[in-house]
Design a protein around this ligand. Sequence first.
Ligand code: SF4
Length: 329
Amino acid sequence: MSAAHAGGATVAELRRVSVVLGRGEGRVAALNRIDLQVAEGQILAVVGESGAGKSTLARSFLRLVAPEGGAVLLEGADITAMPERRLRRLRGRMTMVFRSPGDVLNPRMTARELIEEPLRLHAPRGTDRRAEVDAVATRLGLTPAELVLRPGELSPSRMQLVGLGRAIVTKPRLLVLDEPSRDLDAAAAADLLALLAGLREDGMAIVVTSDDIANVQPVADRIAVLYLGEVVEEGATADLLRDPLHPYTQSMLSAHLPADPSRRGRRIRLRGDPPQPEDRTPGCGFAPRCPIAESRCRSGAPTPNQVGTDRRVACLRVLEGTSRIPLSR
Ligand code: SF4
C-alpha cells in the first residue's frame, strides 16, 4: 500500500489492482498489482509513455474496467464487484474527462445541454439546473454564446472545457482526467492546470494522466511513474523531482526537467522503443532499456520498496543505494 498522505482523507484507492485486456490468445496484462490512492484536496499525476497503461489505470479508478485482481475503493466502499445498477448511482461522485472529447461528446447536443445532462441523472429534485450550468460555465470561462454551440463548432480546447464542465457539474469527490492536455496549445494547457488547482481547493480528489511529466508537475502533489503497467516510482512531487530514484524516472526527467544543476544538459538516452504489454520479458520490465541493468534484473521482478517515509520505488538496486545512473555513463 502506498504511503500515508498528508492532508485530507483518502477518497479513492486502487489496492493491488491487476487488469487483463483482450480475449483468448490476445489477452495481455495491462496493469499489474497497482497500489495507488488519492486524497481530498490532492492532485495525483500518473505519467508514462504510450502503452504504459495510463488510460486503463484512469478508468480503473472509476471501475470502468473490471479488474482481474485487487480492489477498487471509493470513499472507503469497495466497488470492485458492485453491480452496474448500483454503480450508476455513484457516477455523479466519480467522474472522468476522456481523452479526445470530440469522440465522446454527443455531436447533436449544445454545450449547455451536454453540461446539464449529468444533473438530470444525479442532481437532487428541485436543483436549479440552469443556474448550476451557468455557474460552471462562468468558472470555466465558457461564454453564453459558446453554450449554444455544438461540439463540432468548438475548438479542441473549448470542447475540452465542455467535457470538464460535464465532469464537475455534479461536484464529484473524485475527478479523473486522461491526458487532458494532449490536444491543447500551451496557453490552454496552462489554463487547464489553473482550473485543476482551483478544483483542488474545493476539496476534490483529482487524478490526471500525461505522457509528459512537464505537463502536470506544476500542479501535482504526488507523481506516480507508470512503466509497462506497473508503478515503478511514486512519491511527493518535490521529492521525486529533486531526487528521482528509479532509472526510468531519471531518464524521463533528464529529457524534460533537469532540476539538478549538475545534470543540466545531460540527457539519459534509453535503448529501444517504448514497449507494449505483449513485449514483456521475465524479470524487471525495464531491464531491456535500463542503463544499469544487471543479470539478476532479468530473472527477478522488483516489487515496490518503501524508501524513506514517503516514496515507493520498484528497482532491485534501490535499497542498496545504487539505483542512480552514474553521470559518467
Ligand atoms: S531492477 Fe535492474 S533493470 Fe530494473 S530498474 Fe532496477 S537496475 Fe534497472
